[in-house]
Design a protein around this ligand. Structure first.
Ligand code: TRP
Length: 334
C-alpha cells in the first residue's frame, strides 16, 4: 500500500447475522470509501470470543460475514478484508498496550458495564480488556480514520489516549486516529422498539431485518413494525416508529423526507409499510444473490482471504516490530 491516501480502518464482530442497521449505518457507506482512502476491514473474530461461541457456528458466521462484506460491494482486491485472528500482531500489540492502559480507564467503559450486566455469568477478563484489543486493531495499521457508530466512540477515545500516552514516552510511534463521520447513512432503530438501536443480538426476531431474510419475511416484518396511533406519514420526534421507517425508505430510495411525505399523503400506514418493505427487499436482492454465489465459490473466497491476510500481516508486522523495539524487547537474531 504505497500511496499517500489516508488509511481507514473498521470492522465488525463475527457474531450473529448482520442487520439492515449494520448495512445502512455502516457497510453501504464503506463501499464508496476506497476511492478516497486505503481501506482495511476486519472480521473481528477475536472480539467475538468475549462471549461464549459454538465453534462450528462461529466459524460459519465468520465466513458469512466475510462474504457479506464482499456481497455488499466491498471489492476484496481494492479493500483489505481480512480475519483479525489471522494476524497475530493484534494479540501481541494488545498485550503491550494493556500495560499502558489503566484499570481506572477501563472501569469507565459503558459497553463493559452493559455487557457485564447482560452476561452476569461470564464476566471474563477479555470483556474487560476488549477496548485494548480494539486499540491494537486500529493502531497496528497506523489508521488515520475510523468510522464508528456512537456506541463505539468511547472505545475510539481510549484508543487515542493510549496512543498519545505511548507516543509521549517513546516518540511518534502511532498515528492518532480520528473518528470518521460518514456523509450519508442513518442510525436505524428497532422495528419493535423504535427508541432502541436495531441490534443483531435482539431476541425479538420482528425487531430486526437480517440481511439474508427473504422477501416475504422482510415485508411481513415491516407490516408488523410498531408505529403510533396517528395516520399521517410525517417525520417527527414524537413519531419514532414512522420516522425510522422514513429513514430506511430514504436510505434505499434516495428520496427526501418531503418527497416521502408527499408520496404518502392521504394514504395510510399500511401502504407506506408495504412500500418500505418492498424497497428494502429490492435493495437486498442483488446482495443476497451475490452472497449465495460467493458462498458457493470456495476457491475465490479462499484466494481473497489468503491474499488479504498476507497484506494485513505485512502492514501489522511493520508497526509491531517498531513497538517491540521501542519498549526494549530484544530483537530477533537473523
Ligand atoms: N467493537 C466494534 C463493534 O462491536 C468492532 C471492532 C473491533 C472495531 N475492532 C474494531 C471497529 C476496530 C472499528 C475499529 O462494533
Amino acid at each position: 500500500m504505497s500511496n499517500d491516501k489516508k488509511l481507514l480502518y473498521s470492522g465488525m464482530q463475527a457474531t450473529g447475522t448482520l442487520t439492515l442497521g449494520n448495512y445502512l449505518g455502516a457497510l453501504k457507506n464503506w463501499v464508496t470509501l476506497n476511492e478516497e482512502y486505503e481501506c482495511l476491514y476486519g472480521v473481528m473474530d477475536l472480539h467475538s470470543l468475549t462471549v461464549r461461541q459454538v465453534p462450528a457456528d462461529f466459524r460459519k458466521n465468520a465466513r458469512s460475514l466475510y462474504a457479506l462484506y464482499v456481497a455488499a460491494g466491498l471489492d476484496p482486491e481494492k479493500n483489505c478484508i481480512y480475519y483479525q485472528s489471522h494476524v497475530s500482531g493484534h494479540a501481541e500489540l494488545s498485550w503491550i498496550l494493556s500495560c499502558f492502559t489503566y484499570m481506572g480507564e477501563l472501569n469507565r467503559m459503558t459497553q463493559f458495564k452493559d455487557k457485564a450486566a447482560k452476561h452476569a455469568d461470564n464476566i471474563n477478563a477479555g470483556l474487560y480488556t476488549y477496548p485494548v484489543l480494539m486499540a491494537a486493531d486500529i493502531l497496528l495499521y497506523q489508521a488515520d480514520l475510523v468510522p464508528v457508530g456512537a456506541d463505539q466512540k468511547q472505545h475510539l477515545e481510549i484508543t487515542r489516549d493510549i496512543a498519545q500516552r505511548f507516543n509521549s514516552i517513546y516518540g511518534d510511534v502511532f498515528t492518532i486516529p480520528e473518528p470518521y463521520i460518514p456523509k450519508a447513512g442513518a442510525k436505524i432503530m428497532s422495528l419493535q422498539e423504535p427508541e432502541k438501536k436495531m441490534s443483531k443480538s435482539d431476541e425479538n426476531a420482528n425487531a430486526t431485518i437480517k440481511l439474508l431474510d427473504d422477501r416475504d419475511t422482510i415485508i411481513r416484518k415491516f407490516k408488523r413494525a410498531v408505529t403510533d396511533s396517528d395516520t399521517v406519514v410525517r417525520y417527527a420526534e414524537e413519531k419514532p416508529g414512522i420516522s425510522n421507517l422514513m429513514d430506511i425508505y430514504s436510505c434505499v430510495t434516495g428520496k427526501s423526507n418531503d418527497e416521502i411525505e408527499k408520496e404518502f399523503a392521504g394514504k395510510g400506514y399500511g401502504d407506506f409499510k408495504l412500500a418500505v418493505g418492498e424497497a428494502v427487499a429490492d435493495e437486498l436482492a442483488p446482495l443476497q444473490k451475490r452472497y449465495e454465489e460467493l458462498m458457493a465459490d470456495k476457491a475465490y473466497l479462499d484466494a481473497m482471504i489468503k491474499m488479504n491476510d498476507e497484506k494485513a500481516q505485512y502492514l501489522a508486522n511493520k508497526t509491531l516490530r517498531k513497538v517491540q523495539k521501542k519498549v526494549g524487547l530484544t530483537e530477533r537474531i537473523r
